[in-house]
Design a protein around this ligand. Structure first.
Ligand code: NCD
Ligand code: ZN
Ligand code: ZN
Length: 357
């Protein structure tokens, strides 16, 4: 048995739901999935209604997550279609960063007007990161804003050879950019959609084997900064219905999938660990609190099944896969919060890593 400690695991891209989408998942249920996945902390996106684009919506979300969270957390603010940059000075101390949705996805925060995007880039305080959903050609528009305003920008869920090429060039140019890739784009391709059906639908969609190979190459050569789950639960009933719901859960499966790649010698252990801990912490300026670490057994393998899954939705696109790496324990600030089977703290234990409160 080889058990190793991983300090302060952080997932900088999750959709915990709650509020008007509490039927999909709650801050309690999804932070339990985070602990079972080994995470110390998660950063939650602003697209759950009511969208986090004004002070009252932020207050409501802060109150709900503070009462329920089992792990530490931060909240993104959302860029609105209409002017909400006037609110930035009043919210900046309470959030981890700004999220701008530049292509259609779950929620109603799409901004496709470059002049509006530019206003957000101009007004956002430079102390915190801007994270963007920008697929394919849209990335060029965002890179133009990064070049003009020099705002630190994190590109979420990068998944094609073309996108990797753009960011390789942007980094070579010295632009302040970072990028994340998701486990579903690393471990699944469009060939899996036939088998997965609607469970294989998310934004951006699954790509080709050639795109997948480019992602693994970019992980190996150090271009990729983080692996982010983009945990986006929808209920089984929704996912099986006529209407299309984009998004898949991932908080509990990210670490075992990466450790399986380590076991198969597709990725060095140190790099896999950095992608889910030190690297995301560095991007968001977070220090690992004292005595905050995950113990994971690298030797044990198991099959992902619905009975093992925590969180509200109860399904995963990775069901049936044999993976390696069992989370044995998670400790946060000296308290054991998860013992491999059970959560050992009450809802509300988790702290806001960015708020003054
Ligand atoms: C996300 C969601 O459901 O909130 N969906 C998805 O398919 N990834 C939104 C997003 O990250 O684009
Ligand atoms: Zn997105
Ligand atoms: Zn997302």
């Amino acid at each position: 048995m080889t058990t190793i400690p991983i300090p302060g695991m952080l997932d900088p891209h999750v959709h915990l739901r709650g509020m008007q989408w509490a039927h999909k998942g709650t801050f309690a249920s999804e932070t339990e999935a985070a602990l079972a996945g080994g995470y110390w902390a998660v950063l939650d996106m602003p697209n759950t209604p009511p969208s986090t684009i004004d002070r009252p919506a932020l207050e409501r979300k802060l109150a709900e997550i503070a009462a329920q969270a089992l792990c530490d957390w931060g909240l993104y603010y959302g860029a609105a279609k209409a002017d909400n940059w006037g609110t930035y000075p009043a919210i900046i101390d309470d959030v981890c960063g700004l999220k701008i949705y530049n292509n259609a996805t779950t929620g109603n925060l799409l901004i496709d007007d470059q002049a509006i995007r530019a206003q957000h880039y101009q007004h956002w305080p430079r102390s915190k990161v801007i994270a963007v959903h920008a697929e394919d050609e849209t990335m060029r528009d965002i890179l133009a804003l990064v070049r003009q305003y020099r705002q630190r920008t994190h590109f979420c869920h990068i998944c094609t050879t073309y996108e990797i090429g753009l960011l390789r060039a942007a980094k070579a140019e010295g632009l302040p950019v970072t990028l994340g890739v998701t486990p579903h784009h690393l471990f699944l391709t469009e060939d899996d959609i036939k088998r997965l059906g609607t469970h294989g639908l998310m934004k951006p969609p699954l790509k080709t084997r050639a795109d997948q190979a480019a992602l693994w190459q970019a992980l190996a050569d150090g271009l990729v900064d983080v692996v982010e789950s983009d945990h986006a639960p929808h209920t089984l009933a929704e996912k099986s219905s006529e209407k299309t719901y984009y998004g898949v859960p991932g908080l509990q499966t990210t670490l075992p999938l990466l450790l399986t790649a380590v076991h198969e010698k597709r990725l060095p252990l140190e790099r896999a660990v950095a992608l889910v801990s030190a690297n995301p912490r560095r991007i968001f300026g977070l220090e690992c609190p004292p005595d905050t670490y995950t113990l994971v057994d690298l030797g044990e393998s198991f099959v992902i099944d619905s009975a093992w899954l925590r969180g509200g939705c109860g399904w995963s696109p990775f069901e049936g896969m044999r993976v390696r790496g069992r989370v044995r324990s998670v400790s946060i600030r000296g308290t054991q919060v998860f013992d491999g089977e059970s959560v050992r703290v009450r809802p509300g234990f988790g702290q806001n890593l960015f708020g003054k409160r």
